[in-house]
Design a protein. Structure first.
Length: 566
């Protein structure tokens, strides 16, 4: 016999009815009532709110209140919200330690944990709120896997710090370490910089990985327009989080799912926006991984080809001048997208979480004809091509990624190899000032399996810049870089050394050449010599055989496929 007292099922309760309807679900309803739910609440659509709030990193320290605002929005739209938590690690705090091996791994754990809760509890919809680098793509991967009506909410960017009348942020602290090693600044100045760079909660302020991926959220259509650039402490962030709660109920009632939004065209839009803004090289890992979860094929060659036809319009740190805070003041990501739409470079017909298309969302966005130097006009780009290029060649048969935004490397560059097996060896060499101008630095066994986890090497890259070597050396690795890294640095070289890739064959003194006319990365040895070296590689044993890192080594795919675990 059915529960005659229960109100009629609400539109949008696509699957939570499995846990709420009928006499056999009386125990289930009883558990829900223990949490204060009424019959009306139980018969409304259920929305999971995945919160990455924690006290591990300032990027996520302010997310708790945003989850409460999202709850208000769900309630206002006549849904029933359920907040649950997931993990985040701080890349900046784990940087240059063995702990950084857990960073990319955390992306998979975040995706798995969100998927598990939403699947198990039969939630109808999802709001995912994230801040630090891996929690953004991890949340979007879960959204793609689950394919229930969903909205992504960014926790917001940090405000800039100030030192000697200039805006500073975390990138300046890392580079100050290099200056300190060189003797250009003393202990007190380093202390003053570290104490002033991060004034409160929010994700790192430049177009680093977090802000790149928040921009991706808007460009894909998973986030509400304009929300990517709001500061964490701005009251608009509270308002947009509340609006996300209302938006997900609209999606539920219209039955608009991520599979309707995350099309190949949407991913092309995201790549276009990233490359036009000088975004992080990590996008070349995260976008293919999110696409893979949605069953969309997005390759490194796709990213390269889109970058080649996309002008750079935004002058953003780390290579440029401005922070997300500055971009927000002139119109945020919608201004960039409007100008790209005017150029015919993004697909305006893609549906978004507003229920409207990209073109409809941008229709009333001011083109901001007033001159500003943060986002330049369409007819006067910073560069005619975008900020990322993909290299192939005998050192990178599966590809490698180079960020060119804000740099002019010339057409060719060559230098003798200076080889290091993992990051620590290179950092020791930098401390001893033994890396010299002209060196082609090679850091290997830092790939998805070899690291494991592709540690970001912000400490190394910042020390190189801080020691004045930023335009005098090149660096290549099968690992990856922080979004705050800039300069001549090639990452994601594949296949990685740990699986016998050509990077494992490089010897000290070998001449390595980068050719930006052919987009090639080559070691200048004969094919016969390369074959001989490849045949004689002795692969190291996996550095971990148990626990989360051991599981990751067994499951992880190559960097060229997004380093996802499937």
């Amino acid at each position: 016999m059915s529960n005659s007292k229960a109100p009629k099922r609400e539109i949008g309760k696509h699957r939570s009815w499995e846990t709420t309807e009928g006499a056999t679900r009386a125990p289930h309803r009883s558990m829900m009532k223990a949490m204060g739910l009424t019959d009306k609440d139980i018969n409304a659509p259920f929305v999971g709110i995945a919160s990455t709030h924690n006290e591990v990193t300032p990027c996520n320290a302010g997310i708790g209140p945003l989850a409460e605002e999202a709850k208000k929005g769900v309630f206002a739209a006549k849904g029933t919200p359920f907040v649950f938590g997931t993990i985040t690690v701080s890349d900046a705090i784990s940087m240059n330690t063995v702990g950084m091996k857990g960073s990319l791994v955390s992306r998979e754990v975040i995706a798995d944990s969100i998927e598990t809760v939403v699947f198990a509890e039969r939630f109808d919809g999802l709001i995912a709120i994230a801040g630090c680098d891996k929690s953004l793509p991890g949340s979007m991967m879960a959204i793609a896997r689950l394919n229930v009506p969903s909205v992504f909410v960014y926790g917001g960017s940090i405000l800039p710090g100030s030192y000697k009348g200039e805006n500073i942020q975390i990138q300046d602290v890392f580079e100050a370490v290099g200056k300190h090693q060189k003797g250009d600044i003393d202990d007190n100045e380093l202390y003053q910089i570290e104490s002033r760079a991060c004034p409160g909660p929010g994700s790192c302020g430049g177009m680093f990985t977090a802000n790149t991926m928040s921009s991706v959220g808007e460009a894909l259509g998973l986030s509400l327009p304009g929300s990517a650039s709001e500061a964490a402490v701005d009251q608009r962030k509270s308002a947009s989080s509340r609006a996300a709660g209302e938006a997900v109920l609209h999606l539920l009632r219209e039955n608009i799912k991520p599979s309707d939004i995350l099309t190949k065209k949407a991913f092309e839009n995201a790549v276009t926006v990233v490359t036009s803004m000088g975004g992080s090289t990590n996008s070349a890992l995260h976008l293919p991984a999110i696409a893979q979860e949605m069953g969309v094929d997005l390759t490194l060659d796709d990213i390269h080809n889109i970058s080649m036809r996309t002008p750079q319009l935004a002058d953003m740190k780390p290579a440029g001048k401005f922070l997300m805070y500055d971009l927000d003041k002139v119109g945020g990501v919608p201004l960039v997208m409007k100008r790209l739409l005017n150029l015919g470079l993004i697909h305006g017909d893609c549906i978004t979480v507003t229920g409207k298309t990209v073109s409809e969302n941008l229709k009333n966005i001011p083109n901001n004809e007033e001159e500003n130097t943060v986002v330049v006009k369409e007819d006067s780009p910073i560069s005619k091509t975008g900020g990322l290029v993909v290299l192939h060649g005998n050192l990178a048969p599966d590809g490698a990624v180079l960020k060119v935004a804000g740099h002019n490397y010339g057409k060719k560059w060559a230098g003798p190899a200076r080889v290091f097996n993992q990051e620590e060896e290179c950092m020791e060499a930098l401390k001893k000032h033994s890396i010299k101008p002209g060196d082609f630095v090679v850091i290997r066994y830092e790939g998805p399996k070899g690291g494991p986890g592709m540690r970001e090497m912000l400490s190394v890259t910042s020390a190189i810049v801080g020691q004045g070597l930023g335009d005098k050396t090149f660096l290549m690795t099968d690992g990856r870089f922080s979004g705050a890294s800039h300069g001549p640095m090639i990452g994601h070289v594949g296949p990685e050394a740990a699986v016998g890739g050509p990077i494992a064959t490089v010897e000290n003194g070998d001449l390595i050449e980068i050719d930006l006319e052919k987009f090639e990365l080559n070691i200048k040895i004969s094919n016969e010599e390369m074959k001989s070296r490849l045949n004689n590689i002795v692969l190291p044993k996996p550095p971990y055989t148990s626990g989360v890192l051991g599981k990751y080594i067994k499951l992880v795919q190559p960097a060229s496929k997004g380093a996802y675990t499937g």
